[in-house]
Each structure stands twice: as C-alpha cells, then as structure tokens.
Design a protein around this ligand. Structure first.
Ligand code: ADP
Length: 360
C-alpha cells in the first residue's frame, strides 16, 4: 500500500515559478488525476513525486517516509510516459525484462513477473513480437507492462494515451481503469483531457499556473466547481455562464440577468449574499429545462439551432448576445422554435463572484 503526501512543493525554472507551494494528500489505492491546461505544472509535479526533478522547497512523503532527497530508483515507482520509448530491436518480452535484468533480479523471478504482467495486460501471445509488429495500443500495453513488472504499489502516468487515436484511447482508458481495480495500487495520472479525468479519477486535482485550484471527487468538481476556471474546464459543452447582479430584498435573493430575473433564495450561499454584487450564474446544459416547471430560476432565450447527439439533443440558444446550450430529449427538440421560456432549480446551480471568479 502506498500513500503520497506532498508538502508545499516549490519548483522554479529560472525565475518562473512552476510549482507554487503545492500540497496534496493521496490515500492508498486512490486514482488521482492531475488535470489542467498545457503548462500548468502537471508534469513538473509528477516528476517531483518520481524524484526526477530538483525542488527548491517542500517535501515528498511516500508511506510517511520523507523521500525528498532519495534517488528515483530507490523510490520503487512504476512510470508510464506519453512516448513509450520501447527498445525497437527487442521483443516485447525483452522490453519487459530489461529493467529487471539491469537490477540483477534472479532469472526465475524475472520470468515469473513478466508472465504475470503479460497475463494481466493480455500480452502473452505477443511476447515474441518486436514493437514494429505491434499496434499502438499493444505498444502502450508493453509500456505499462514495463512499469508493472517492478511490483510497485505506486504508478505514475504522464499523458499515456495522447498518442493514440480516439477509439483506441477510449479502449485503453477502460483497460487502465480495470488495471487499477485489479492491482489496488495508487495511481497518479496526468492529462489535459477532462473526459479522461472524469471517467478515471477517484479524485481530480485541477491545476492552474502552478497551484491546485480544486481537489475532490469528479462529481463534486462537476456539480460544485470552486471557481469559474474549474467550471469552465470540466464538462462538454462547458457550463453556461450568465452575468448578472445580486438583489437582496426582505430576506429573499434574486439575480437580475439577461433574459430575466431569477429567485435564488434557495441557493446554498457560503456567506451572506451582498446586494449589488456582480455575479456569474453557472448553468450546466442539463440543469436547464424548457418551460417553467424547472424551478424558481427563469429566463427567456431565443433558439438558434438544434444539435442532435443521439440519446439527447442540445438546443443552442441566445440570450443578451450570449450563447447557451440546453440539453433536451430529441422528441421535444424537434418541436422547439423561436422564443423559449427556460427554468432551473437555484439550489443545484452555481453562483460565482464575477470579480474574483470564486464560488459563492
Ligand atoms: P504541464 O505538464 O501542465 O503541461 P509542465 O509541468 O510541463 O506543464 O510545465 C510547467 C511550466 O514550466 C511551463 O510553463 C513550462 O514551460 C515550464 N517548464 C517546464 N520544464 C521546463 C524546463 N526544463 N525549463 C524551463 N521551463 C520549463
């Protein structure tokens, strides 16, 4: 079992502060996804855990042992990178056993571990092939196998699927999730793909400019994003954002926004709402209903077009010069046209302070 504790990690590249006092606590057996746009510090954080990079401050603890100064090879971490870096002249079996041979592991044990990893990853019939004779997905499985034979309890993945085409990526995603469940090991996985993050993670850490902006289970980040940045990053299409102004009247709270005025008294405000505050209403496409039956939130929008997605449809609308999407059943979508009343339940949506972008 492996727990990971990061305390105030700081990493500079020259004057650029790539990790700004990042702290993170990972329980044994969790599947943590580091998610964020390119350049936010995900790979730097992963390298810090692996020990591949020097830190200017902070501590890395594995199983409560301070390993900050320990060599990468002594941390016994399984790593899988974006570029598989398989040896092209070696067979899959040789690729799997090479690291163990270098570490002078006894031959019988090497064989046993390679057989086991091959079986877990369904590579057994392919062990005598060279990388050139394997498909992209099979090569990636060999790369994962190379990490697996180390018998580690902690695996780090750095964008392992980004070189694969869309279909293969979906298949490998399922395999990686199944592998995690089978091993019960701790996984830390870097991606900029929000769907990968939502489907794989037990918890997601959303990173932005060298800090973790929010850390929690995918549903929590999706339903209650702590900031506009997180709200925008998760979900496809992204959360609708409607600017407005808060009105506090006799203990009731309203938002005046383009297309209407919505009572949001039932919203779980973290602090007492202030009259006149500039806010952003965050509305997921599925939180909006056509008609007035959806709740106390009300606005009128103009239908632009219907986008059929199969199981449901997106009604793309416009209000106050802003585009919004509403998820609707296909049968209803076909009957829509012109100006539409839309409603929502205020308790379930998101409200942000427009100036600082934080959740209210
Ligand atoms: P991510 O993995 O989220 O794309 P990285 O961790 O690779 O981001 O990089 C974080 C920031 O640090 C980026 O702005 C990147 O340009 C910078 N950076 C990364 N590695 C180096 C390096 N070796 N030298 C200088 N700057 C670097």
């Amino acid at each position: 079992m492996t727990t990971v504790q990061l305390n105030k990690l700081s990493r500079y590249y020259g004057t650029y502060h790539a990790l700004r006092d990042v702290s993170l606590s990972v329980q044994s057996g969790e599947f943590i996804v580091l998610l964020g746009p390119s350049g936010c510090g995900k790979s730097t954080l992963l390298s810090a855990i692996a020990g591949l990079d020097d830190l200017q401050g902070g501590q890395v603890l594995l199983d409560n042992q301070d390993v900050t100064k320990q060599e990468p090879s002594r941390r016994n971490i399984g790593m899988v990178f974006q570029s598989y870096a398989l040896y092209p002249t070696m067979t899959a079996r040789q690729n799997l056993s090479f690291g163990l041979e270098v570490a002078r592991t006894p031959k019988a044990e090497i064989n046993q571990r390679v057989e086991w990893a091959a079986q877990v990853l369904q590579l057994t019939p392919l062990l005598n092939r060279k990388p050139g004779q394997l498909s992209g997905g099979q090569r990636q499985r060999v790369a994962i196998g190379r990490a697996l034979v180390r018998k580690s309890n902690l695996f780090l993945f750095d964008e392992p699927l980004s070189n694969l085409d869309a279909k293969l990526r979906t298949e490998m995603r399922v395999e990686i999730k199944a592998l995690h469940e089978r091993l019960g090991a701790t996984f830390i996985y870097v991606t900029h793909d929000q769907i990968e993050a939502m489907t794989l993670a037990s918890k997601i850490a959303v990173m932005r400019s060298g800090v973790i902006e929010q850390f929690g289970p995918p549903e929590e980040l999706y339903d209650r994003p702590a900031s506009l940045f997180v709200a925008d990053f998760l979900g496809s299409p992204s959360m609708n954002q409607l600017a407005g102004e808060l009105r506090v009247e006799d203990g009731r709270v309203f938002v005046e926004h383009a297309g209407g005025r919505s009572e949001v008294t039932g919203y779980p405000f973290a602090a007492l709402p202030k009259d006149g505050l500039e806010v952003v209403l965050g509305l997921r496409p599925e939180q909006l209903s056509i008609g007035e039956g959806g709740g106390a939130g009300r606005l009128t929008v103009r239908l632009l077009l219907i986008e059929p997605l199969g199981a449901d449809s997106l009604a793309w609308c416009e209000v106050g010069g802003q585009r919004m999407s509403v998820r609707v059943p296909p049968a209803l979508a076909r009957s829509l046209s012109g100006e539409l009343p839309v409603s929502f339940a205020p308790a379930t949506v998101s409200l942000f302070d427009k100036t600082i972008g934080h959740r209210l």
